[in-house]
Ligand binder design. Sequence first.
Ligand code: C2G
Length: 272
Amino acid sequence: MCDTFILLKYIRDNNIKKITVNLDIDIEVDDEDNKDHDIAPHKDNYYSMLCFKDLRMFAPHVVTEIYLSKKIENPRYIDALKYTTNMFCKNKEMYKYYSQLKTAASVSSEHIGQHFPNLFYIKFHKRGTTGDAIDAPIFIKDKYDKGITFGTFDLFHYGHNNILSRCKNFCNYLYIGLSSDELNERKGKISIDKYEKRKEVIEKVCYGDEIFKEESLELKNDYVLQTGAEILMMGDDWLGEFDWISCDVLYMERTPNISTTLLKTIRKIMPS
Ligand code: C2G
């Protein structure tokens, strides 16, 4: 398979389907009965993208995921970004590129109200990062079975809530590695809320199926192996940091304008 393609995941007849749009040549569809329908292969790139738009018109909001193997340079393809919910990038450089594009779009009056998909960088374990990787059925059929995430979750806020709920969306069973007070001290980030209090709060939000103590950053891979997690999920402040871990790793956008640091500052200025 060519290394330059877009993968779309969409829903039709209550079933999740996928289309691979090869940017250079044609379109491949994952099932026989769709082949001669509205997404038949075209030689021309432009028509390939038209097919994508047609699909969106037939059933709005059904194109849920797009996976890019290559940065889109052609403005005609950039249009495709308007028609999807989640966009997965193949490497962190591509992620940074689209992240900047998104930030620029959000502040430019020209782009007010313009939709831009949620961005992700996914590092596939073992499957490499070439075009073949996307043929693995991970995002296509189901959620991952077991997922894992880590954090301090001090002064729990809606940014934490967001990431945990999104992590839970990607897996059936979510492990949360909650950093120990000793680990925080070693990192020079003494938490206001101590371990038991932080754990209690996380239990209340109910996204995690199992919470355990993270004693060391270096043990991440051991935790992954012990739990059998197939995907590690983190915010993009950790972009690329855990690519070495032996499971798929997904980085997602942080919630803007909120952080524990900000809350600590507010507490200092306005002690209760
Ligand atoms: N986060 C977010 N949006 C925010 C703030 C945080 O999405 N506005 C995410 C972070 O990216 C992280 C998770 O919430 O994935 C937990 O953040 P922290 O509590 O700050 O924990 P952190 O110090 O990043 O993790 O092995 C990692 C360690 O346990 C520390």
